[in-house]
Ligand binder design. Structure first.
Ligand code: C2E
Ligand code: CA
Ligand code: CA
Length: 754
């Protein structure tokens, strides 16, 4: 100590005290001196007002004036430290206070104990400083460091992860675990840009993601929603005070309820377009300032870039596997699929066929109508093949005008030919429209079969192509690699030719099977069932020739003929019968599929002078369900003409009753197999009972076919089935036998009801 400051007299001591006070008064920090153990405040400098928000005078009133200010989270710790200080420990600590105005401040305090001669603590002197700014700075740096670590974490996954879902999931996880954000989610905009669907999330309770949606295009107050705005404006949107909760924003209500106070929504922008949004919640009010927003935008940028990259790779993968013109698998993918199919076939010891089908004279289409028209035809053809092929993935475009098909579990040559015909024939049945002109397209097909024609995809493809080459040369429509198989297909061809002849020579006849009312036993109608009177083989049942008529399109002529014939023949019996006698005709899928189906039916009825109201058409369940929308219209149009429509073979398809309700049909025919098994199998029985009650609920009449025993008839009556048909009542009868049957049945029914 200098000479000057040595307190020698009372006056000098006073002067010194005044000078110290004067110095203390000018300091921004609070200087204090507190007596121990009394805790009387000896001195507090005027800076107290600026630091604690209480004047030195107020603080001087007592120790609690200071201790009351302590932040609840820090209070017990600080008071403990103070207590230790009163026993001689240094008092050096940082803590928060809440000023009388409610502001939270960080205070740093350093105090030293003064002791008496005996070593007992008598006083603590020290300084208190407002370090709020420094603490905030540190916290900000800590935030930024955390965000940087998120950034680098996400950077490393964008390099490593090659799959979209995983990338997004990992990004959310890292943001929560390393960034200290409480809840994070990423939503991707759907194709029409109206809805954001949650793609990944972290930090939510398992039940919450249901709330994670942003109906971008469907909500009126989207401006209130950070996520929607980020997407619409393509810039980060921050809300640093989430206290406000709007009633139709459940997500915000949830966040606020969980103690989140700040949110940022970052748009994910790929190739210039907003594709999604990443949303993060933080607990602190005002969490997101300019620095954080900048770093987080970089982060969103990295995720966007990675998404773009993945999209690019997917596109490349797509291009490597699909034909861009038609969207069908290309040769490479087909090869891969075929290899898988063969492995499965090998295990099952099943046969698999590879067919390569080439468009005849496709060059002509291109030359006559131009490349663009050619592309259109290819696209349309691909689409038709796709709808007609059982497994769209087993269809490929393998060269500009060649398609390949794989058929699994094939039986024999005829089966393969039939299935190919169904697909190719179905696709080529209708003409293609180019420049308003209808053109017909034909295809030539070569087929190789596993295992006889080759053991792997390469050999099978090669052999199918070799067969195709031969077929083109020979002008055959379809040729197998193995000559013997061609012989078998030839048989089918022969049959086909004979059927053509059968049409010309009118070798078809209709037999008629009656249906009766389950209640009265009276005959309500007849079903026309076709037979072929083959001069060589005799009476041929429809199962043997209808498929070929369908494959070749001949069914169109024969089907129209059947309607005309049935209506004409039944005219006289109606007079004999004396009551309403409906006549039902079966319709093939090929007929229904025709664009002019309705017209054809109309033309068959017109000119006969017979009311359409007597005609029923029977359509099988599977065929009406396929392409239901279009069929609803056709069926409705036929109904509008006064024709009734029944769904045949009901229960064998996959239709749901919901679809059935859409179809404007009048009746259901329960398939024979259920009627056959219902007396033995409770499951069938339940099914029949369910079908009947549901059909009635839909206002449909129910007809049971294939009723062979009294027991079945009795059960069906109990189940309230409306009409019965089957050998029990009568086999299908030739036209000459019907008249007699109607007369005798009429008297029987009269006797029964009498
Ligand atoms: P479907 O429409 O289900 O016809 C019922 C079939 O069950 C008929 O066989 C009939 O003879 C037979 N059947 C009737 N009652 C009984 C019975 O009590 N027990 C047994 N086991 N069978 C019975 P069919 O005449 O051989 O006809 C077979 C299928 O051929 C028909 O099945 C129908 O889908 C089709 N069909 C028949 N005529 C035509 C036609 O003119 N046009 C088209 N597109 N298809 C037809
Ligand atoms: Ca039928
Ligand atoms: Ca049936």
């Amino acid at each position: 100590m200098t000479e000057e400051l040595k307190p020698s007299t009372e006056a000098q001591l006073d002067e010194l005290r005044d000078r110290v006070r004067a110095i203390a008064t000018t300091l921004p920090d609070v200087v204090f001196s507190i007596a121990v153990p009394s805790h009387k405040i000896n001195y507090v400098s005027p800076a107290a007002e600026a630091v604690f928000g209480k004047t030195d005078e107020q603080i001087s009133r007592g120790f609690s004036e200071w201790s009351d200010l302590l932040h609840p989270d820090d209070r017990s710790r600080v008071l403990e430290e103070w207590d230790r200080a009163t026993h001689g420990a240094p008092f050096e600590t940082e803590y928060r206070i809440v000023t009388p105005h409610g502001a939270v401040r960080w205070i740093q305090t350093k105090g030293r104990c003064a002791t008496d001669e005996g070593g007992a603590v008598v006083r603590i002197d020290g300084m208190a400083r407002d370090v709020t700014e420094r603490r905030e700075q540190e916290e900000r740096i800590a935030h930024l460091t955390r965000i940087r670590s998120v950034l680098s974490g996400i950077n490393s996954i964008t390099v490593r992860v090659r799959e979209r879902e995983e990338l997004l999931r990992e990004a959310c996880r890292i943001a929560v675990e390393q960034g200290g954000f409480g809840m994070v989610w990423i939503g991707l905009l759907d194709a029409d840009g109206r809805d954001v669907k949650v793609a990944a999330h972290h930090g939510f309770a398992p039940d919450v993601p249901g709330e994670l949606q942003l109906p971008v295009g469907n909500v009126t107050d989207i401006r209130n929603r950070a996520g929607c705005r980020a997407i619409l404006d393509g810039i980060p949107i921050v809300d640093n005070d989430l206290a406000e909760v709007s009633p139709d924003n459940p997500l915000r209500r949830l966040a606020v309820g969980r103690g989140y106070r700040s949110v940022i929504a970052l748009p994910l922008i790929a190739a210039g377009a907003t594709t999604g949004v990443m949303i993060m919640y933080a607990r602190e009010v005002g969490f997101f300032n300019a620095d954080e927003v900048k770093l987080l935008s970089d982060l969103a940028g990295d995720i966007s870039l990675a998404l773009e990259h993945i999209g690019h790779e997917e596109r490349l993968k797509y291009l490597a596997n699909y034909d861009p013109l038609t969207g069908l698998p290309n040769r490479a993918l087909m090869h891969e699929r075929l290899t898988q199919r063969l492995a499965a076939a090998r295990q099952k010891q099943a046969h698999t066929a590879v067919a390569v089908a080439d468009i005849k004279r496709f060059r002509l289409v291109n030359e006559t109508f131009g490349r663009h028209a050619g592309d259109e035809v290819l696209r349309e053809l691909a689409q038709r093949l796709r709808t007609h092929s059982p497994e769209p993935l087993d269809l490929a475009r393998v060269s500009p005008d060649t398609f390949a098909l794989v058929l699994t579990d094939t039986r024999d040559a005829a089966d393969i030919a039939t299935r190919l015909e169904r697909c190719l024939g179905g696709a080529l049945a209708a003409p293609f429209l180019i420049d308003g002109k209808e053109i017909r397209i034909a295809m030539t097909t070569g087929v190789a079969v596993f295992p006889p024609d080759g053991n792997d995809a390469d050999v099978l493809f090669r052999n199918a192509e070799a067969a195709l080459k031969r077929a083109k040369k020979a002008g055959d429509r379809i040729l197998f690699y193995h000559p013997e198989m061609n012989a078998r297909v030839a048989e089918t061809l022969i049959l086909e030719n004979r059927l053509r002849q059968a049409i010309e020579e009118e070798q078809f006849v209709l037999h008629y099977q009656p249906k009766i009312s389950a209640v009265s036993g009276r005959i309500t109608g007849l079903e026309a069932l076709i037979r072929w009177l083959d001069p060589v083989a005799g009476v041929v049942p429809p199962g043997k020739f209808i498929p070929i008529l369908e494959e070749t399109g001949m069914i169109l002529d024969v089907g129209a003929w059947a309607i005309r014939k049935a209506l004409t023949e039944s005219r006289n019996w109606r007079l004999t019968h004396g009551g309403p006698l409906r006549i039902a005709v079966n319709v093939s899928a090929i007929q229904l599929r025709q664009r002019d189906f309705v017209d054809t039916v109309k033309r068959s009825i017109d000119g006969l002078g017979i009311a359409a109201a007597h005609l029923d058409l029977e359509l099988t369940e599977s065929m009406v369900m396929e392409g239901i929308e279009e069929n609803v219209q056709k069926v409705q149009a036929v109904r509008d003409m006064g024709v009734n429509v029944a769904v045949d073979d009901f229960g064998t398809g996959y239709s749901s009753l919901a679809y059935l309700a859409k179809l404007p049909v009048n009746a259901l025919k329960i398939d024979r197999t259920f009627v056959d098994t219902m007396t033995r199998n409770p499951h069938s029985m339940t099914l029949v009972s369910t079908i009947i009650s549901l059909a009635h609920a839909l206002d449909l009449k129910v007809i049971a076919e294939g009723v062979e025993s009294e027991e079945q008839a009795k059960l069906l009556r109990l189940l309230k089935c409306d009409e019965l048909q089957g050998y029990l009542i009568s086999k299908p009868l030739a036209p000459g036998e019907i008249q007699d049957f109607l007369i005798s049945a009429g008297t029987q029914a009269d006797r029964r009801s009498a």
